[in-house]
Design a protein around this ligand. Structure first.
Ligand code: CP
Length: 310
């Protein structure tokens, strides 16, 4: 197929064919990171700006590594040390980055919808690196890529997403991507962490962690986002771990003894995930991080090839 989108704003808007095309492109880029000289000239002469208004380790570094492996020039802007602190708006910042002749803006922002707003005001490509509670498309793509690598397929897989679904952009992007590709998705959390009408996205809901794990081929464990708990509605750490924490004992009760454990990071050890599980052979958490490079290389490459990009 021919890629036509100048932006990657969310998985909700992509077709099954587009998702499969990104995954196949990522597959072809994965090998680059195994070379002695880990570089291809695909984005030589292009400039990628990482514009991050929220803290990030994995996503920001992964986009930077991916862009450099494609031979792009990379500029990192952290809102804390930029003119955002002097009151500059997102739109003005974006227009200035465009005036500086950048080609791609990778945006992380705590406001849901901010990449959509930015993309309407600039002609250069915008990639969503996480917007509020809304979407984190490249995280879901790397999760799906890792599942496909492990199982050889997505169609028919049972994937349980456990944890703070209510505040999770990772959950939403995974649900859009996995259901379009034919996986069966279960979400599991205490009732206050399950968003209203989430079943309309085609998922099954359970509040029973053992049930969520029993039929699963993979469990994607989400971080408890205590910083977003404005109403103090979350259970205490210790209660959450007792009721929903992924422990060795709980994993051993699952039907699939090769069930894989995923987590987008950062991990709260001893809250949503026991340390021994985070580090056990069933855990693919660091493989997810490695796969993020190939997935982000694919996304950067595809948006830069679009006829609509500058
Ligand atoms: N998974 C993820 O988005 O991690 P960071 O917040 O470190 O980028």
């Amino acid at each position: 197929m021919k890629w036509t989108r100048k932006d990657l704003l969310g998985l909700e808007y992509l077709s099954k064919e587009e998702l499969e095309f990104i995954l196949a492109t990522a597959d072809s880029f994965k090998e680059v990171s195994t070379r002695e000289i880990k570089k291809v000239p695909a984005l030589r002469g292009k400039t990628v700006v990482n514009l991050f208004y929220e803290p990030s380790t994995r996503t920001r570094v992964s986009f930077e590594v991916a862009a450099k492996r494609l031979s792009a020039d990379v500029i990192n802007i952290a809102a804390e040390t930029s003119s955002v602190k002097k009151g500059e708006t997102l739109i003005d910042t974006g227009k200035n980055i465009q005036a500086l002749k950048a080609d791609i803006i990778v945006l992380r922002n705590s406001f849901s919808g901010s990449p959509f707003l930015l993309s309407r005001h600039v002609d250069i490509s915008v990639i969503n690196a996480g917007d509020g509670w809304h979407e984190h498309p490249t995280q879901a793509l790397l999760d799906i890529f890792t599942l496909k690598e492990k199982f050889g397929r997505i169609e028919g897989l049972n994937v349980s997403i456990v944890g703070d679904i209510a505040h999770s952009r990772v959950a939403r992007s995974n649900i859009w991507g996995l259901t379009k590709l034919g996986a069966k998705v279960t979400v599991c959390a205490p009732p206050m962490l399950i968003p209203y009408a989430i079943e309309e996205m085609g998922v099954r809901i359970t509040h029973d962690i053992d049930e969520a794990l029993y039929e699963a081929d993979a469990v994607n464990v989400l971080r408890m986002q205590f910083e977003r708990d404005q109403q103090n509605a979350f259970p205490e750490h210790i209660d959450y771990f007792r009721q929903y924490g992924i422990t060795r004992e709980r994993l051993d009760k699952a039907k699939n003894k090769n069930l894989i454990v995923m987590h987008p990071g950062p991990i709260n050890r001893g809250i949503e995930l026991a340390s021994e599980v985070a580090d056990c052979p069933q855990s693919v958490i660091l493989e997810q991080v490695t796969n993020g490079i190939a997935v982000r290389m694919a996304v950067l490459f595809l948006v830069s090839q679009s006829e609509n990009s500058q």
